[in-house]
Ligand binder design. Structure first.
Ligand SMILES: Nc1ncnc2c1ncn2[C@@H]1O[C@H](COP(=O)(O)OP(=O)(O)OP(=O)(O)O)[C@@H](O)[C@H]1O
Length: 367
C-alpha cells in the first residue's frame, strides 16, 4: 500500500479529540485509513492509542471531531451498530460458554437464522484453525487458543473494520511470534481493514502497511515501516523506532558534494551528501545514526570519520553484540557488530576507535 495516498478511505478521522477533564487524551487527530489496509497505532504508554481506538469502536465519545466509516458519519452511532469487530489483550471471552457459543454470540445478537450462524461460525473456526475445539469451554484453552477464539468472534460478523488493542501482549515471546504470522495470514485472507494498537515497535514494523506514531495524544508521523525507519520526521520518531544514536547538536558545513558535521568537543564527520540533505551551510543540525552504521575501526585503520572512546559495556545478543562506547563530546555511542569477538578484543575499559558512516545518518534541523 502506498504510504501517502491510501486507497478509498474505509475509515476517516476528522480532527478527533478527547479530553478527560483538563487533560487531553487525543489531540485533534485527522487520518484516512484505506480499504483493506493494516494500520498500526504505535507509541509509548499513555500516548492516546487506546483512547483513539475506543472512540472508533464507540466505547468513548469524542469531545470534538468526526468518525466516518465507509462514507457514513458514525460519531453518534451506538457501538453494537457500527459493524466493527474488536479484540482486546484480555480476550474478553465468556468463560462459561464453549468455543462455538462464544464465536456465535454476535450473530445470535443480530438474530441470524440458526443454519446461517452454523455456516458462519464454521468458516471462522476454520480460518482460525480451531477445528475440534467447538465444544471446549474457554477456561480449558491456552492463551494462544483463547486469542484465536477472540479473533474468530471478531471476524465472524464480517465487520467493516477490525480493531485490535494489544491482542498479543499477554502471550509469551514464541507464541507471540507465531500469532503475528497468523494475524498476517488472517489479514491477507479476509482483506479486512485493520487498526492495530501496540507499543511494540518490532510488531508494528513487521505487520503494518502503515504506522501512525503517536506521542502525548498527537500524531508524530504516518508512514510505511521502511520509510519510518529510514526517514523519521523528528527526533521522537527517530528515537522510538529501532535503536539509534542521537548525536549532539552540530554545525552543518557544505562544500560542493561533501557535507560535514562539526561536533563541539568531539571532532568532525563528513560524507558525500545524500541528495535530500538540503541544509544551508552553517545551520545547526542533529544527526541520528543507527548502531549498524557505527563500526569498530580495523587495527591501524586511518582516515576520516574515526573517533576514539572507551568501551563502557557489551550486550551480547546471540547473533550480534551491542557495544557501548563512552566518547568525549558525544556521550554513550552504541555500535553493533556480528558475533562476540569484540568482547575479547576490546574488553570493558579498553580504548576503541569507531568509524561513523555519516552518509547513513538521519539529519534533522536542530530547534
Ligand atoms: N478515563 C480516563 N480518565 C482520565 N484520563 C484518562 C482516561 N483514559 C485515559 N486517560 C488518559 O489519556 C491519556 C491516553 O491514554 P490511553 O489509554 O489512550 O494511552 P495508551 O497509549 O493506550 O497507553 P497504554 O499503552 O498504556 O495502554 C493518558 O494520559 C491517560 O492517563
Amino acid at each position: 500500500m502506498n504510504a501517502t495516498s491510501p486507497a478509498p478511505a474505509a475509515v476517516e478521522l476528522v480532527r478527533v479529540r478527547k479530553e478527560f477533564g483538563s487533560a487531553v487524551g487525543v489531540a485533534d487527530v485527522s487520518l484516512k485509513i484505506g480499504q483493506g489496509e493494516f494500520l498500526t497505532l504505535l507509541g509509548p504508554s499513555g500516548c492516546g492509542k487506546s483512547t483513539l481506538l475506543g472512540m472508533i469502536a464507540g466505547f468513548l465519545t469524542p469531545t470534538a471531531g468526526k468518525i466516518v466509516v465507509d462514507g457514513v458519519d458514525i460519531t453518534d452511532v451506538e457501538p453494537y451498530r457500527r459493524d466493527i469487530g474488536m479484540v482486546f489483550q484480555s480476550y474478553a471471552l465468556f468463560p462459561h460458554m464453549n468455543v462455538f457459543d462464544n464465536i456465535a454470540f454476535g450473530l445470535r445478537m443480530r438474530k441470524l437464522p440458526k443454519a446461517d450462524i452454523a455456516v458462519e461460525v464454521r468458516r471462522a473456526i476454520a480460518m482460525m484453525k480451531l477445528e475440534g475445539f467447538e465444544e471446549r469451554r474457554v477456561s480449558q484453552l491456552s492463551g494462544g487458543q483463547r486469542q484465536r477464539v477472540a479473533l474468530a468472534r471478531a471476524i465472524v460478523i464480517r465487520p467493516k473494520v477490525l480493531l485490535l488493542d494489544e491482542p498479543l501482549s499477554a502471550l509469551d515471546k514464541n507464541l507471540r511470534a507465531q500469532m503475528q504470522v497468523e494475524l498476517s495470514e488472517l489479514h491477507r485472507k479476509t482483506g479486512l481493514t485493520t487498526i492495530f494498537v501496540t507499543h511494540d515497535q518490532g510488531e508494528a514494523l513487521s505487520l503494518s502497511d502503515r504506522i501512525v506514531v503517536m506521542n502525548r495524544g498527537e500524531v508524530q508521523q504516518v508512514a510505511a515501516p521502511v520509510e519510518l525507519y529510514r526517514t523519521p520526521a523528528n527526533g521522537f520518531v527517530a528515537s522510538f523506532i529501532g535503536e539509534i544514536n542521537a548525536l549532539p547538536v552540530a554545525r552543518y558545513e557544505r562544500a560542493g558534494a561533501e557535507a560535514a558535521l562539526v561536533l563541539p568537543g568531539a571532532g568532525r564527520l563528513s560524507a558525500a551528501a545524500p541528495a535530500h540533505w538540503d541544509f544551508t551551510h552553517g545551520v545547526e543540525v542533529r544527526a541520528f545514526l543507527r548502531p549498524e552504521h557505527v563500526r569498530p575501526a580495523r587495527p591501524g585503520e586511518q582516515g576520516p570519520n574515526i573517533l576514539r572512546g572507551v568501551v563502557a559495556a557489551h550486550i551480547y545478543q546471540g547473533s550480534h553484540t551491542i557495544t557501548r562506547v563512552e566518547m568525549e563530546g558525544l556521550g554513550l555511542i552504541e555500535t553493533r557488530v556480528t558475533g562476540a569477538d569484540i568482547v575479547g578484543t576490546h574488553p570493558v575499559g579498553a580504548p576503541i576507535a569507531l568509524v561513523f558512516d555519516l552518509g547513513e545518518a538521519v539529519l534533522l534541523a536542530a530547534r
